[in-house]
Ligand binder design. Structure first.
Ligand SMILES: [Zn+2]
Length: 198
């Protein structure tokens, strides 16, 4: 899924933007520049306001800012941002192991976005709203492995960082690799696939 294909009216929570600001502590001016340019934050007396982590921000503007930040600072920076996400994002309660954590990825993804003001996953009814693509997670029944197909608008390196950090939270020795034999969003394809083993 290309980020330009996201439906309108979708927002991401401020924690995700906050994670990016945290990941770029060495380059605060770079992040601020793009947050201001894409109207995600206002300036007061020439100084950019800080991100309100309890607030919500337009996803299309955010992803556009993101790609520009990556172009300026380098693609590896996206990996660093992705690694920060599991520290801050909302995850379902009672995650106790790597299988549960990876298995909940698509739900967590939808819990951190809203569409026309409604959370994109309702834990009470299990209803998930469409519009931001999916993380498709296949857990092996017999091996300590998972295959994750990412079909959403975030960048490849961002997802590699996010999945790495999520797996390592429960299995410090877990390895996450990008399956280079499959399509990649860096080449303009619509999906990326990652293999996790622990
Ligand atoms: Zn990729």
């Amino acid at each position: 899924m290309r980020y330009e294909q996201c439906e309108p009216g979708i927002e991401v929570n401020g924690e995700s933007l906050g994670a990016t600001v945290d990941a770029f502590k060495q380059y605060p001016a770079v992040v601020s520049k793009y947050l201001v340019k894409h109207a995600l934050v206002k300036t007061t007396n020439g100084k950019p306001e800080s991100i309100d982590r309890a607030s919500w921000y337009p996803l299309d503007k955010w992803l556009a800012a993101y790609h520009e930040i990556a172009r300026e600072v380098g693609i590896n920076s996206l990996y660093t941002i992705g690694k920060k996400i599991p520290e801050n994002a909302t995850f379902p309660a009672h995650l106790t192991d790597v299988r549960a954590a990876l298995g909940s990825l698509d739900i967590a993804y939808h819990l951190n976005h809203r569409k026309n003001g409604t959370l994109m996953f309702d834990p009470g009814t299990g209803t998930m709203l469409d519009g931001i693509g999916h993380y498709r997670v296949e857990l092996s029944d017999t091996e300590r492995k998972a295959r994750i197909v990412c079909e959403e608008p975030y960048p490849c390196e961002f997802d590699r960082g996010l999945i790495t950090a999520l797996a390592n939270r429960f299995e410090p020795m877990a390895k996450t690799i990008h399956d280079n034999s499959t399509p990649c969003r860096k080449k303009g394809d619509s999906t990326c696939t990652y293999l996790v083993s622990w």
